[in-house]
Write a protein that binds this ligand. Structure first.
Ligand code: SF4
Length: 434
């Protein structure tokens, strides 16, 4: 098998990993045009300073001894298999880098023989790149659960970021769909990486030239829609992972049905992209806005609204906290207003030293007034011309959302949609307990 044939198989097999996102577009070059696009192979990630960098996203091999039911590479799936030798993959990465196709490597793998052997092979790729080829670009490497601690530690000293996929949100689902994996087996390397990063920080504070361990931190990926866990369970787990393991990111991957199995959604089912999108929005609120999972959802209302982004849904459920007076509100109060982000909240605080803010100045500071107008006053006044009445905010916000969302299917907007919320006493907007 030629290197190109291997690359085609192994880059395609890696595209389901969301920890690093591919463009998803296939486009061949045409006469008179410059460039082409591949759905798999080169993907984009973001560096610590916010730059978008392109990575070669590939598996070392798609052979796997395990049989995770949701995975296209599982042992029982009949599909073309391939494997790079470590030297072949290291050379390929360097050739791509020299041609300016990529700025780094995202390396994952199926499990060959056992986790230790797989990790050793991946480690060899990293060692060749860093030591023989003196490659200084970005490397994101998957740690294989079950591998020896010393191998994962060595990986961390060569890679910029490590990730261990948690895959499914509960032990029960893991048992059903990925019987070879357990929660403890997945969390053990995560714990090791967290400890090693913390220890490395202390070493670097004492010895400036200490080797650096995974400076880009660690991340994980969770499959959404393959198992029955609710959004509330997923968000609670996500919050626990941030709190306990200080992850940089938790990625959500909408389950793409690839084969019929009685334990999985049918292949006819569309990937739950809207759900994935809402989870990312809620994840953003956990990471940057000081929200907790139990504020957004609960056991009585465990599902994120498909019609509203989580921040708007939360604000509509808490009319007692709004409207907020923009000229006197604290930073944390401003952060909770839909349409005000971290940057615009900071700008508001700075601008207030100089002047009294009105709606036109809020727009200049980057506030999205189409959302924020329902929750703000400026010097005690609402947006000129806005009549806040029952349902105005809900209708305005859902109409706004419907133009922004990746649609699963065209839907008629309802003025009185009470699937997720209802008006209590005709005044208070409450989450529907059912
Ligand atoms: S171990 Fe990874 S590659 Fe192997 S079947 Fe499970 S998810 Fe797929």
């Amino acid at each position: 098998m030629t290197t190109l044939e291997k690359l085609t198989i192994l880059a395609d097999a890696a595209k389901y990993d969301a920890s690093c996102t591919s463009s998803g577009v296939n486009r061949t070059a045409r006469p008179g045009q410059m460039g082409s696009a591949q759905a798999a192979g080169i993907c984009h990630s973001f560096s610590a300073d916010g730059r978008c960098i392109s990575l070669l996203k590939v598996l070392l091999t798609n052979h796997c001894i395990y049989d995770c039911k949701y995975c296209v590479n599982r042992a029982s799936n009949q599909r073309p298999r391939a494997a790079f030798s470590p030297d072949e993959l290291a050379r390929l990465t360097m050739e791509f880098y020299r041609r300016n196709y990529i700025e780094g490597l995202f390396l994952s793998s199926g499990v060959i023989k056992n986790p230790d052997y797989t990790c050793e092979q991946m480690l060899e790729v990293l060692t060749l790149l860093r030591r023989r080829y003196r490659f200084g670009g970005y490397i994101h490497c998957k740690a294989i659960p079950g591998a020896d601690n010393s191998l994962i530690t060595q990986m961390g000293l060569l890679a910029d970021r490590l990730s261990v996929n948690i895959e499914l949100p509960s032990q029960a689902s893991l048992k059903q769909l990925a019987p070879a994996k357990t929660k403890e087996r997945i969390l053990a390397p995560m714990r090791l990486i967290t400890r090693s990063i913390a220890q490395n920080r202390q070493e670097l504070a004492c010895y400036r030239h200490s080797p650096v361990f995974a400076p880009g931190g660690q991340s994980t990926q969770m499959i959404v829609g393959a198992s029955p866990e609710s959004d509330y369970q997923i968000l609670s787990l996500t919050q626990g992972l941030y709190d306990k393991y200080h992850l940089k990111r938790v990625f959500f991957s909408a389950y793409i049905p690839v084969q019929e199995d009685s334990l999985l959604p049918s292949v006819e089912t569309k990937p739950p992209l809207l759900r994935e999108h809402r989870l990312y929005q809620a994840d953003w609120l956990l990471r940057f806005y000081g929200f907790r999972a139990e504020e957004l959802l609960g056991s009585q209302n465990p599902t994120l609204s498909p019609n509203l982004d989580p921040k708007c849904a939360w604000a509509l459920c808490h009319p007692e906290l709004f409207p907020v007076e923009v000229n006197t509100a604290t930073y944390s109060q401003l952060l909770r207003v839909p349409g005000i982000g971290v940057t615009s909240a900071r700008r508001i605080l700075t601008a207030r030293w100089q002047t009294t803010l009105d709606f036109s100045s809020l727009k200049k500071l980057g506030v999205v007034l189409k959302r924020a107008q329902y929750f703000l006053t400026c010097s005690g006044h609402l947006t000129p011309g806005l009549r806040l009445s029952r349902g105005t905010a809900l209708r305005g916000l859902t109409a706004l959302e419907s133009g922004l969302l990746p649609q699963e299917a065209p839907q008629q907007l309802s003025l009185f949609d009470s699937a997720n919320f209802f008006w209590e006493d005709g005044l208070t907007w409450r989450a529907n307990p059912q």
